[in-house]
Design a protein around this ligand. Structure first.
Ligand code: NAD
Ligand code: AHE
Ligand code: ZN
Length: 368
C-alpha cells in the first residue's frame, strides 16, 4: 500500500513528505494506522546526526497512537480495530530482561530495531524501490506503519489519540522515572533539570507521589509558569546564580533525595549528581547525549553515598504499564492537555522541530 510519510534523507536536512510504499504485516507483525504522533527531542537528536545509531534514509517518530488495521500470521493478542500505542521499548515477556524484575529493557528485537529493521532483518518501507529504514521500531511519522505485536500496547477505546500519543514516550518517560525507577517516596525533595516535554512530566510524577519540594532548573524562564502549575515549588535559572549545586543544597538542607537530568547535557548531569544529598541521594540520567560525550565526577561523590542511575522509557514495561498510564490520564491523575502546546498536519512537521529548537513548544502533535 501507499502511505504519506515524512522521510529523513540525511542528517541535518528537513524532513520531506512523500507517498511511500509499505508492505503488509509478516508473521508476528501488525499494520497500524497512526492517528496522531508527538515530536520528541530524541527525533531531533537523531535528525541532527548526533545519534550513534542514526541511519538514513529513515522514517522517524516514536510517540504515536492509532488503530490496528491488519494482523499478520500468528498474531493473537490484537485484532483489527484495537486502539494501540507503539512501544520503542517492547515487552516480549519471554527474554531474560523481561523475566528479570529490575529492568524494562526487553532485548528480544533490540539489535534489528537499532539497525532500523524489522525482526526478520528487512524493512517494510520503500521509495521508488529503495528501502527506507524504520526508526526505534515505530516510524510514527508515517500515516501507516508496521510493528511487531510485542511492540504494541492495547489501550482503552475512549482515550483520545491526539492526547495519549504523548504516553508513547514523554509522559511515560517522565512520570515513570519517578514512579517505576526512582520510586520517589512522599515527603521527598526532588530536583528536575530541564523543564521541557520530559522534565514537566517528572514534575507531575513527583507531585503525584507526594514529594514536598520540587525544584525546577532551566535556562529558559518561559518554562517557569507551566512548571509551577504542574507542581514545581522552587525555580532556579542557572545563569542567574553563582553555582547551581550550592543553590539547590541551600534550598534543601544539604541536597535533594532525588534528581533527574532531562536535557542531555553531560555538564548538567554532573550538577544533577552533585546536588544530591550525601549518604542517600539518587540522580537519574534521562537526557540523551550525543556520540563521543562522556560524564565525569569525583569518585568521592559516589563513595559518600550518592548514586548515579539512568532511566529509559521511565522504567515502564510497555504492554503492562502503558494502559495503566492511559487510565491515570483518563482519571485526571495526570495532565497531558496543557503540555500539548501545538498541533499541525504532517505537511508542517518541520515547524514542530523549529518550535522545539526555539524553546517555544512543550509538545507538538502531528494529526493525520
Ligand atoms: P525539550 O527540548 O522539550 O526540553 C529540554 C529543556 O532543557 C528545555 O526547556 C531547555 O530550555 C532546557 N535546557 C537546555 N539546556 C539547559 C541547561 N544547560 N541548563 C538548564 N536547562 C537547559 O526536550 P525533551 O523532549 O524534554 O527531552 C529532554 C531529553 O530527554 C532529550 O535529551 C531527549 O532525547 C531525552 N529523552 C530521553 C528518554 C529516555 O527514555 N531516557 C525519553 C525521551 C526523551
Ligand atoms: N541511540 C542512542 C541512544 C538513544 C536513547 O538513549 N534512547 C532512549 C530512548 S529516548 C526516547 O525519546 C532509550 O530508551 N534507550 C534504550 C535503548 O535500548 O535504546 C545511542 O546513544 O546509541
Ligand atoms: Zn522520545
Amino acid at each position: 500500500m501507499k502511505t504519506q510519510a515524512a522521510v529523513a534523507f540525511a542528517a541535518g536536512k528537513p524532513l520531506e513528505i512523500h507517498s511511500v510504499d509499505l508492505e503488509g504485516p509478516k508473521a508476528g507483525e501488525v499494520l497500524v494506522e497512526i492517528k496522531a504522533t508527538g515530536v520528541c527531542h530524541t527525533d531531533a537528536f537523531t535528525l541532527s546526526g548526533d545519534d550513534p545509531e542514526g541511519a538514513f534514509p529513515a522514517i522517524l517518530g516514536h510517540e504515536g497512537a492509532g488503530l490496528v488495521v491488519e494482523v499478520g500470521p500468528g498474531v493473537t493478542s490484537l485484532k483489527p480495530g484495537d486502539h494501540v500505542i507503539p512501544l520503542y521499548t517492547p515487552e516480549c515477556r519471554e527474554c531474560n530482561f523481561c523475566l528479570h524484575p529490575k529492568t524494562n529493557l526487553c532485548q528480544s528485537i533490540r539489535s534489528t530495531q537499532g539497525q532500523g529493521l524489522m525482526p526478520d532483518g528487512t524493512s517494510r518501507f520503500s521509495l521508488d524501490g529503495t528501502p527506507i529504514l524504520h526508526y526505534m521500531g515505530c516510524s510514527t511519522f508515517s500515516n501507516y506503519t508496521v510493528l511487531p505485536e510485542i511492540a504494541l500496547a492495547k489501550i482503552r477505546e475512549d482515550a483520545p489519540f491526539e492526547k495519549v500519543c504523548y504516553i508513547g514516550c514523554g509522559v511515560t518517560t517522565g512520570v515513570g522515572a519517578v514512579v517505576f525507577d526512582a520510586k520517589v517516596e512522599p515527603g521527598s525533595t526532588v530536583a528536575v533539570f530541564g523543564l521541557g516535554g520530559i522534565g514537566l512530566n517528572v514534575i507531575q510524577g513527583a507531585r503525584m507521589v507526594g514529594a514536598d519540594k520540587i525544584i525546577g532548573i532551566d535556562l529558559n524562564e518561559d518554562k517557569q509558569a507551566l512548571a509551577t502549575e504542574f507542581g514545581m515549588t522552587d525555580f532556579i535559572n542557572p545563569s542567574k546564580v553563582d553555582d547551581v549545586v550550592s543553590a539547590i543544597c541551600d534550598l534543601t538542607d544539604g541536597g535533594v533525595d532525588y534528581s533527574f537530568e532531562c536535557i542531555g547535557n553531560v555538564k548538567v548531569m554532573r550538577q544533577a549528581l552533585e546536588c544530591c544529598h550525601k549518604g542517600w541521594g539518587e540522580s537519574y540520567v534521562i537526557g540523551v547525549a550525543g556520540a563521543g560525550q562522556e560524564i565525569s565526577t569525583r569518585p568521592f561523590q559516589l563513595v559518600t553515598g550518592r548514586s548515579w542511575k539512568g532511566s529509559a522509557f521511565g522504567g515502564a514495561r510497555g504492554r503492562t504499564d502503558v494502559p495503566k498510564i492511559v487510565d491515570w490520564y483518563m482519571q485526571g491523575k495526570i495532565d497531558i492537555d496543557q503540555l500539548i502546546t501545538h498541533t499541525m498536519p504532517l505537511q508542517d512537521i518541520n515547524k514542530a522541530f523549529d518550535l522545539m529548537h526555539q524553546g517555544k513548544s512543550i509538545r507538538s502533535v502531528i494529526l493525520y
